[in-house]
Write a protein that binds this ligand. Structure first.
Ligand SMILES: Nc1ncnc2c1ncn2[C@@H]1O[C@H](COP(=O)(O)OP(=O)(O)OP(=O)(O)O)[C@@H](O)[C@H]1O
Ligand SMILES: [Mg+2]
Length: 290
């Protein structure tokens, strides 16, 4: 594995193999958990690491239907100004985790806190006023509205902010200002993502949640989206990004989480995860999908 070249495709990895490798029950059997250079879920490390975090998801059990849990004890935190990535196979619960942070999925047990305040199951529209922005995976612009109207929708709860925030967003994404009268539906996929991110930035969020901003984009546009995400983060916004482009994501984030079957699998710095042979083998191949 170690002499694999960057473009090589690892072997197909079945969900069963990933489960064996995770050995989720090991801690309950009192056996030493074999860790590679990034950690398998470690509650103590999460609790210690999240002391001063801006947003914390603590031991979340959550799902869409009563009795059916999609998240089975998930931990995540992001420090102020941090760029945090979430990767994992299809159906792992990545979008569900973002939605649980944003009040769109019922949290059955566990807590979400923002700057020390408990925001578990607080409604999304309130969370927006509290400083959380969310860009969903699909349908994230109003296609029949212009770029400017989309951005207006982003701060309809505080129209007084429009002028200042429009200036901020169009400074970050000049193309949105130049083409503000163009309908969002006529834009390319990459441009739509800029509108969606711009819309979420209109309320001046302290935390921005991005669900697969590069989905369906060409490699070139994917790179551009990642550059933009870095730029947004550089303005001081804490960003949590879910990505299918796992390797690329790990290259830009400060820390990352690998989610599998609604649980934390591995956690570490982007670099640690990207160079962990076990993570590479199990999750970073294009064939390592559910
Ligand atoms: N609205 C919903 N109602 C019921 N079940 C859902 C709903 N949305 C997702 N699920 C289920 O929750 C599980 C996790 O889905 P989720 O969308 O969180 O995965 P994901 O990691 O984001 O996957 P992908 O990489 O495909 O986006 C899946 O089994 C999915 O079928
Ligand atoms: Mg998803």
């Amino acid at each position: 594995m170690s002499d694999m070249l960057p473009g090589d495709l690892p072997q197909y990895v079945s969900p069963q193999e990933r489960e064996r490798a995770l050995d989720l029950d090991a801690s309950q059997r009192d056996e030493p958990v074999h860790l590679s250079n990034s950690e398998i879920r470690d509650r103590d490390a999460h609790v210690a690491g999240s002391q001063d975090a801006l947003i914390i998801a603590d031991d979340l059990v959550a799902g869409y239907l009563p009795g059916v849990n999609i998240l089975n004890g998930c931990d995540l935190y992001a420090n102020r100004g941090e760029l945090v990535g979430i990767i994992g196979p299809n159906g792992a619960g990545k979008s569900t985790l973002l939605k649980a942070l944003f009040g769109l999925v019922k949290v059955h047990t566990g807590h979400v806190t923002l700057a020390g305040d408990d925001i578990t199951n607080v409604r999304a529209d309130r969370l927006v006023t509290m400083g959380i922005g969310f860009v969903p995976q699909t349908n994230n612009v109003f296609p029949s509205l212009t770029i400017q109207e989309n951005l207006e929708m982003g701060c309809f709860q505080a129209p007084g902010k429009f002028k200042e925030r429009f200036a901020f967003v169009t400074d970050l994404f000049p193309a949105l200002g130049q083409r503000k009268s163009q309908r969002a539906g006529s834009l390319s996929g990459g441009e739509r993502q800029m509108v969606a991110m711009g819309r979420a930035l209109m309320m001046d969020p302290s935390v921005l949640l991005l669900d697969e901003p590069s989905a369906g984009l060409s490699p070139l546009l994917t790179d551009e989206v990642f550059v933009r995400v870095k730029e947004i983060n550089a303005t001081g916004v804490t960003v949590i990004i879910v990505e299918q482009n796992a390797m690329r994501c790990l290259q830009i984030v400060d820390r990352g989480y690998v989610l599998d079957q609604g649980r934390n699998a591995y956690t570490g710095t982007g670099r640690d995860l990207a160079t962990d042979p076990q993570v590479v083998h199990l999750y970073l191949g294009t064939l390592a999908q559910a």
